[in-house]
Design a protein around this ligand. Structure first.
Ligand SMILES: Nc1ncnc2c1ncn2[C@@H]1O[C@H](COP(=O)(O)OP(=O)(O)O)[C@@H](O)[C@H]1O
Ligand SMILES: [Mg+2]
Length: 165
């Protein structure tokens, strides 16, 4: 966990969900978030909380088997991907991601490293790592858009709430 633009240690599940909800408010215009971390690190937990906060509600399924679940949130199209079962970028071609990429898009991609060549490049990379009964969270902003998101996060009460943990 180095080179983080923003990092939190020992984040419990409730606080991880709070962070996801805070970020949700910032990504309503769309963007690409890669969720990196081992099995059970909390990628789906994070995506679910974020999509829930955007108004998707109880319908957020893990895309473990379907690979992609898409949601219409007003005129924002949210695509939640889990590429765990993908071995090579070419296997992602049949998902037809390019056809999905019209209008305002929000991408939440678990296991992006499985198919980097076939998916949208990230604005933000969130890395989750197991810590005793909690998670360490590292956020890296790769675009001006994501730098703005993190600037906004730094100004929110959640920043202090997470730093206390
Ligand atoms: N701080 C935490 N953040 C996220 N999940 C946590 C945390 N502590 C415990 N958990 C549990 O760990 C599991 C994470 O699973 P999941 O989000 O599906 O991981 P992934 O999608 O990365 O494989 C869930 O059962 C969740 O309840
Ligand atoms: Mg998952």
């Amino acid at each position: 966990m180095s080179d983080c633009d923003l990092a939190f240690a020992g984040v419990d599940e409730a606080r991880l969900a709070s962070l996801a909800r805070a970020l949700a408010a910032l990504v309503r215009d769309g963007g690409v978030i890669h969720l990196v971390g081992s099995l059970g690190a909390g990628k789906t937990t994070f995506a679910r909380a974020l999509l829930g906060a955007l108004g998707v509600g109880a319908r957020v399924k893990s895309p473990t088997y379907s690979l992609v679940e898409s949601y219409a949130i007003g005129d924002l199209a949210a695509h939640h991907l889990d590429l765990y079962r993908i071995a090579a970028a070419e296997e992602v071609e049949w998902l037809g991601l390019r056809d999905l990429a019209a209008g305002r898009q929000l991408w939440l991609i678990e296991w992006p490293e499985r198919a980097l060549a076939a998916i949208p490049a990230p604005d933000l990379v969130i890395e989750l790592a197991h810590a005793p009964s909690a998670r360490d969270v590292c956020l890296r902003a790769l675009t001006v858009t994501a730098k703005r998101w993190l600037e906004s996060l730094r100004g929110l009460p959640i920043q202090h709430e997470l730093s206390r943990s």
